[in-house]
Design a protein around this ligand. Structure first.
Ligand SMILES: Nc1ncnc2c1ncn2[C@@H]1O[C@H](COP(=O)(O)OP(=O)(O)OP(=O)(O)O)[C@@H](O)[C@H]1O
Ligand SMILES: [Mg+2]
Length: 263
C-alpha cells in the first residue's frame, strides 16, 4: 500500500512543486512506483515542470466529475517508467472539489503504487485541506527566511488537527556561501524553530528542474545530489543531509564566495 505524502508549506513559491517533482523522479530511480498528484487545482504546474503537458488528455477534475476513470487520467513519464502523474486542470471552479474526492482517488490507486505524492497549493484555505486530507505524512518545505518559517509554523499547527503520522522538514534554496558568512539563517536554528525532523536541505541551484535532451532531470548537479539523499532519507529513514557549504570551504572556496558575491 502506498505511502501518501503531502508536500506543503503555507507560503507560495518556496519550492513545493520542485520538491514533489524531484522526489517523484528520484524515488522512481530507486525502483519505486510513484504517483504524483497535482492538487493545486486551477494552477496546473507539475505537468509543465515534468515536461508532460502535451501528454495530458484527462485531468483530476475529469476524474472527480466522472468523465473518465483514474487510470485514464494518469500520465506515464516514459523517461522514468514507474513514475506517473495525475495532472491538475488550469480552468475549473476548484470549490467543487473537496478533500473526500481526492481521498476517493488515492483509495483507488493506493495498491498500485509505493508512493503517492500530493503537491499542495499555497495558503491554508480549501485547497490546502483538499491536499492534506488524504495524506498520512507531510513534508513541510521552507526557505531560510523568516516569512517562510512563520507560514510553515502556522501550517504545522493546522496539521496537528489532521491524521498526519509523520511530519518532515525540507529546507530549500539554502546558500552555502551565505551560511558560512553568517548572513543566512542557519540550519540548526531553523530546525529548532520548526521542531520537526529535518529530512533534507536543497541548495539554491540554477540547474534545479533542468532537463537533459532526452527529457531526464540532470543528475550530476548539486541539487541532484541533495534530492538523492532526500529520497533515500524518506525511504529508509537515514539522516544524510547535503552539505551546502563544502564548495565554499578552503582557499578555493574563499574565491568562489567572493565571485558569487559580485555576480
Ligand atoms: N533549490 C532551488 N534553486 C533554485 N531555484 C529553485 C529552487 N527551488 C525552487 N526554485 C524555483 O523557484 C520557483 C518556485 O518553485 P515552485 O514552483 O516549486 O514553488 P511552489 O512552492 O510550488 O510555488 P506555488 O506556491 O506557487 O505552488 C521556480 O521557478 C523554481 O524553479
Ligand atoms: Mg507549486
Amino acid at each position: 500500500m502506498a505511502r501518501k505524502i503531502v508536500v506543503t508549506s503555507g507560503k507560495g513559491g518556496v519550492g513545493k512543486t520542485t520538491v514533489c517533482a524531484n522526489l517523484g523522479v528520484y524515488l522512481s530511480r530507486l525502483g519505486f512506483r510513484v504517483c504524483m498528484m497535482d492538487v493545486d487545482i486551477g494552477l496546473n504546474n507539475l505537468d509543465v515542470v515534468m515536461g508532460l503537458e502535451k501528454q495530458v488528455i484527462f485531468d483530476i477534475t475529469d476524474v472527480v466529475s466522472g468523465k473518465c476513470r483514474v487510470r485514464q487520467a494518469l500520465v506515464q513519464d516514459f523517461s522514468y517508467p514507474s513514475l506517473y502523474l495525475l495532472p491538475s486542470s488550469h480552468s475549473y471552479s476548484s470549490s467543487k472539489i473537496i478533500g473526500e474526492h481526492i481521498k476517493n482517488i488515492t483509495d483507488i490507486i493506493e495498491h498500485s503504487f509505493d508512493y503517492i505524492l500530493l503537491d499542495c497549493p499555497a495558503g491554508v484555505e480549501a485547497g490546502f485541506h483538499r491536499a492534506v486530507y488524504p495524506a498520512d505524512e507531510a513534508i513541510v518545505v521552507v526557505t531560510p527566511h523568516l516569512s517562510s518559517l512563520r507560514d510553515a509554523d502556522k501550517v504545522l499547527s493546522i496539521l496537528s488537527s489532521y491524521h498526519i503520522e509523520n511530519k518532515y522538514l525540507v529546507i530549500n534554496r539554502m546558500r552555502g556561501d551565505l551560511l558560512l558568512s553568517g548572513e543566512m539563517l542557519n540550519i540548526e536554528s531553523i530546525v529548532k524553530a520548526m521542531n520537526i525532523p529535518l529530512i533534507g536541505v536543497i541548495p539554491e541551484d540554477d540547474d534545479v528542474g533542468k532537463m537533459s535532451s532526452d527529457g531526464r532531470i540532470l543528475t550530476d548537479t548539486e541539487s541532484a545530489r541533495a534530492f538523492t539523499l532526500l529520497s533515500e532519507n524518506i525511504h529508509n529513514g537515514s539522516k544524510k543531509i547535503f552539505d551546502c557549504t563544502y564548495k565554499y570551504r578552503g582557499i578555493l572556496g574563499y574565491f568562489k564566495r567572493s565571485i558569487k558575491r559580485r555576480v
